[in-house]
Design a protein around this ligand. Structure first.
Ligand SMILES: [Fe+2]
Length: 352
């Protein structure tokens, strides 16, 4: 297994002398094998720093789909030590399928808040992300849309666009609505949202912002870090300049699940160690590095994600939106409603 990207945002030559927490210089032939549903360019810079400091090679297999099946079919012979996903859903699926092992680590426990890791120590969040609403600066008034519930209001008919209702990010949002409102009201909401779509769901989150810029729709739901990424891309910056960032569900009653002031829906990217990890010690070193100050800073600055480690500075573009209230609903509970949320998307014909 050898996958190395030439794209790296850090100069390795300057990093070889940095001593990193949890990383010890060891056998140059040492390696860690990673299966990732996260795009390689989002994690390779951190792996490069780790390798430069530890001498441990990180081999990445990018598998957007089918990771669970791959791990299951490989069984005890799987070369994979660690799995990385961009969503709590696939991570908890892999755990629930019995394909991971518990990892006890004081460093991980100290750097990752308890709400962002599995109580049974199988999965660990590395970054968190807000599912925000963006609205056209020209065609939607400031304050016209403030909650996820608003998206189902008939007054927005023909104005909204999103990616597929079956994509993990949308499924997680629907699952969170089930947690907050119960299945029946969540289905009413999804039906209302579907009825407001300007077009059949297509493309990724960035494509929705582009569609607003082009006038195909006026309101979209996206993960926050795509705004950070688009702002840094000369071709995409005009798309992001056309929209206003709305952190949903900031005001109104709080304290009980389902109330409008409960905060913005959050998700995590995370990691887990496979049940049969052949390079367990090296894999643990990589896990601890990724939760360390250095790697958490890289996640925040390069990707525009929220670090899970408290106190790590945000990217400037993300900082500029100010602080916001987060929905602290239990992510494992949200994940437990994913199957139901996915079926709900089929029932309302979300992608039809
Ligand atoms: Fe993403």
């Amino acid at each position: 297994m050898k996958t190395r990207l030439s794209v790296t945002l850090v100069t390795l030559a300057t990093l070889t002398t940095i001593v990193l927490p949890g990383v010890s210089i060891s056998d140059a032939a040492a390696e860690v094998n990673v299966y990732s549903t996260r795009k390689p360019q989002l994690i390779q810079p951190m792996f490069d720093v780790f390798t430069a400091a530890s001498g441990i090679e990180v081999n990445v297999v990018f598998a957007e789909k089918g990771m669970l099946e791959k791990l299951r079919s490989e069984g005890v012979n799987s070369p994979a030590d660690l799995v990385f996903t961009a969503d709590i859903g696939p991570l908890s699926d892999i755990k629930n399928a019995g394909l991971t092992q518990a990892v006890q680590s004081t460093a991980l426990d100290n750097n990752i808040p308890a709400s962002m890791r599995d109580p049974e120590h199988h999965w660990f969040g590395l970054t968190s992300r807000a599912r925000i609403i963006v609205t056209s600066k020209d065609r939607v008034g400031d304050g016209d849309v403030t909650t996820y519930e608003d998206l189902a209001e008939p007054k927005f008919k023909g104005m909204i666009c999103t990616r597929s209702g079956k994509h993990a990010y949308m499924v997680a949002l629907t699952a969170a609505m089930i947690v907050h409102h119960g299945a029946a009201r969540a289905e009413q909401w999804l039906t209302g949202l579907k009825a407001n779509l300007a077009r059949r769901p297509e493309g990724n989150d960035r494509a929705q912002v582009k569609a607003i810029k082009q006038g195909a729709c006026d309101i979209a739901v996206i993960n926050h870090y795509y705004m950070h990424k688009m702002l840094a891309d000369p071709k995409q910056k005009p798309w992001s300049d056309a929209v206003r960032v709305v952190f949903p569900n900031q005001t109104g009653q709080t304290g009980q699940t389902g109330q409008t002031g409960r905060g913005t829906h959050m998700n995590i990217s995370g990691m887990a160690m496979t049940k049969h990890a052949p390079n367990r010690d090296h894999a643990l070193q990589l896990m601890e590095f990724l939760a360390s100050e250095k790697a958490q800073q890289m996640y925040a600055q390069l990707n525009g994600e929220y670090a899970v480690k408290p106190g790590v500075a945000l990217a400037d573009s993300v900082q500029a939106w100010g602080d916001f209230k987060r929905d602290h609903v239990d992510l494992a509970e949200v994940a437990s409603y994913r199957r139901e949320a996915s079926k709900m998307a089929d029932r309302v014909g979300y992608d039809d």
